[in-house]
Design a binder for this molecule. Structure first.
Ligand SMILES: Nc1ncnc2c1ncn2[C@@H]1O[C@H](COP(=O)(O)OP(=O)(O)O)[C@@H](O)[C@H]1O
Ligand SMILES: N[C@@H](CCOP(=O)(O)O)C(=O)O
Length: 325
């Protein structure tokens, strides 16, 4: 459960006094999520999500995240829209935390996505990449390749507790990724964390994207790699080529991947898997027993790192072969 900061009614009423959303009817903590504290809030003016930003979110990044949601929504992508306060500010303060109200999105996330949903998410991802093109703010990816070694250094000593030999194995991955990581691919605003729990569906139709708190500027193809990892593996660790094909086709229906992007997809997918392995491992080793948050399994992502090591071509993920005319 992710309610790190409790809010009492008096504090909340004072906070809402800055907004024009009518009177408070109810609010309750949302069990899902890892990073921030979220409440579902009903007022006489509508239904909202109230987010209190917790430790991993840098306050200076909040104008980027909130401004981006506004920008993407204005371009027709369905995502939460920040609600401005009476003074025009999107950000307030509640219980000692930076806090914002955003619109509530209908839909639910899918525990078992099928190829049709992977196609929808591929299309939405490319739409986001295109729509972000003229977003004026810039936020470098704080969790890209340069951050992995310092993150790894925090866990390395205990890695062999997870699996004997793991420390040497990950050292070798890091060296290979640092040596081969590209810096000249098409880039722009990426979501950075478009996992199934951040994509809502109504029936088989994608109804909206949430959780832009890892959004940043980075390679578009890296974001594709994050999604291949999050959407196209089965519970037994196997890669589902039909899902990969659907996701990549959906993406290509809006934005074509260039040959230099497809050529390096295996390395990007391996790096994307390592990034989530490292943050999960760090959380796994540091989150105290009994904390009110569900820890995510780092080994799921270790298996993905191992899978991508063996892949040499983007076609193994379901990319279509160009048929020469
Ligand atoms: N705008 C929204 N509309 C509807 N539900 C939302 C919205 N934002 C968040 N939620 C709910 O809150 C949960 C946690 O949100 P999320 O942004 O993923 O949190 P965190 O950043 O802490 O991981 C989501 O799984 C969803 O149930
Ligand atoms: N998607 C990440 C964890 C971030 O959690 P979210 O609830 O903010 O999506 C992972 O699976 O490791």
């Amino acid at each position: 459960m992710a309610v790190y900061t409790d809010v009492n009614e008096e504090q909340l009423r004072a906070f809402l006094g800055e907004y024009s959303i009518g009177s408070l009817l109810s609010y309750k903590g949302i069990a899902e999520g890892v990073e921030n504290t979220n409440f579902l809030l009903r007022s006489s003016g509508g239904t909202y999500i109230l987010t209190l930003y917790e430790k991993r979110v840098n306050r200076d990044d909040l104008p980027f995240f909130l401004g981006l949601m506004d920008h993407l929504a204005a371009k027709g992508l369905t995502c939460p829209v920040p609600v401005p306060r009476r003074d025009g500010e999107l950000l307030g303060s509640l219980a000692g935390r930076p806090a914002a109200l955003v619109s509530f999105l209908d839909g639910t996330w899918l525990r078992r996505p099928a190829p049709i949903h992977c196609g929808e998410v591929g299309r939405a991802l490319a739409t986001l990449h295109v729509a972000g093109n003229d977003f004026p703010l810039v936020r470098p990816n704080a969790l890209s390749v340069a951050s992995w070694r310092p993150l790894w250094d925090k866990s390395r000593e205990r890695a062999d507790e997870v699996e004997p030999g793991l420390a040497d194995e990950i050292d070798a991955d890091l060296r290979a990724l640092e040596a081969g990581w590209p810096d000249d691919l098409p880039a722009g605003v990426i979501h950075g964390d478009l996992f199934p729990d951040n994509v809502f569906f109504i029936g088989d139709r994608l109804s909206g994207l949430i959780d832009f708190y890892f959004a940043c500027n980075d390679h578009f193809a890296y974001d594709v790699a994050v999604c291949l990892n999050a959407w196209c593996f089965e519970g037994d660790g196997s890669f589902n080529l039909t899902k990969g094909m659907a996701l990549l086709d959906g993406y290509a229906s809006v934005r074509s991947l260039e040959p230099r992007e497809t050529a390096i997809l295996p390395l990007l997918a391996r790096g994307a898997a390592l990034r989530f392995f490292l943050t999960r491992l760090h959380d796994w080793l540091t989150t105290p027993e009994g904390a009110l948050v569900v820890k995510k399994d780092p080994l799921e992502y270790l298996r993905k790192v191992r899978f991508h090591r063996r892949i040499t071509s983007g076609y193994d993920y379901g990319l279509r072969q160009e048929i020469p005319s």
